[in-house]
Design a protein around this ligand. Sequence first.
Ligand SMILES: O=C(O)c1ccccc1NCC(=O)[C@H](O)[C@H](O)COP(=O)(O)O
Length: 200
Amino acid sequence: MKICGLREPEHVAAAVEAGADAIGFVLTRSSRRVTPERARELAAAVPPHVLTVAVFAGEAPAQVRAATLASGVRAVQLHGDHPHGDFTALRDLGVTLVRAGAAEVDPRCGAFDEDLLIIDAPRPGSGEPWDWAAVRGRPSGRWMLAGGLAPSNVAEAIAAARPWGVDVSSGVESAPGIKDAGLIRDFVAAARGTAAGPPA
Ligand SMILES: O=C(O)c1ccccc1NCC(=O)[C@H](O)[C@H](O)COP(=O)(O)O
């Protein structure tokens, strides 16, 4: 499971401690945007078993490459209409390549030589739920469901779409762009199918 749009060290720590598998830093136009240098600072506290992901949307491969190297993350997520060639051009970076798009994208993970596929709402990072069940049985390989997930609905979404993993941003925020450690813990617990315990 991936927790995306982190900007503060305490939220990175909360996600790691809760058991997230991946942590996303938004390096594209967004209210959650961080600089590559800030992403590097935040990623420095992340243990190696948790994947650090830089999120882009529409930038040219040269720009993605420069920002990825500056941030030191271990994965690149390309949102939207990136052609196959963009993934090919970034392969030599040696990072995990993630393709992300709405339900209409090619649902085969690996079709663009990516390592991981995210199927998201039409407006990424909007927190808007969509018809998760519509993709059930269509995607193949390692794919994550995203878009409007929250502690209160992630179990329902997993049951509806049967994804390999899940990805969240808005649903673990107390206000737009402001992450909440308690909601991060609740989300991870709900996605893992366990009840969230009381705060320590
Ligand atoms: O989160 C953003 O602000 C963002 C902006 C532009 C492109 C992608 C963005 N986020 C990508 C993600 O991986 C989000 O976690 C995903 O879209 C789910 O977001 P949400 O519906 O808010 O949980």
